[in-house]
Design a protein around this ligand. Sequence first.
Ligand code: DGL
Length: 220
Amino acid sequence: MVDFVFLDSGTGGIPYLMHLLEIKPDAKCVYVGDTANFPYGEKNHEQIVNAVLNCIKVIIEKFSPKVIVLACNTMSVNSLDVLREVFPNQIFVGTVPAIKLAAKVSKKRKIGLLATKATVEHPYNKDLKNHFAQDCQMFLRGDPKLISFIEHESFTATSSEREEACKEAVKYFAQKDCDVIILGCTHFLNIKKEMQKVCGSDIQVVDSVEGVVNRALDVF
Ligand code: DGL
């Protein structure tokens, strides 16, 4: 039996897995990247739910994990409810955009959400904003080009190529006067260092890694 399975559409969940292993090096983990269905962010709700259901069936059959971490915002906002209904005995931990954290650190009350097209279009963000960031303005950007770069090129790219790839998104949020950018797609974690460098000190980059990993360890 495996302790944790991390599921994403590709390389996005790796920083989550690595962080968990830093805290709990003896954890038995499996990493699943459903690259056959990448990019999830360009699919509709029904396609996302079906693809995730297929993955989860195989994961439970093969690994009987104690906890499944959906290390993917697109999968989580679209399918977490369905998964909990279909597999009531399985523990799931989802990943959702760190809107609460962004609202905590934003001084200008202007926050940017960088995610997939499917995530920015999902009403779940509005709920999170209404709960945790009511007095903030939130600007949304779906960025399939940057996500594709990360999945296919970033691991062999130079750091200046990675910085270059971040520039368009950072410029978009800087023009809206945001002082926080939420990494609302797990793929962005793989270039967080470069993203923060391009942002400089005026814009803080936030993510959900700590929250998700702490939650996974709590429910374990
Ligand atoms: N890494 C995923 C997320 O957090 C999605 C990437 C994709 O397949 O489009 O939303």
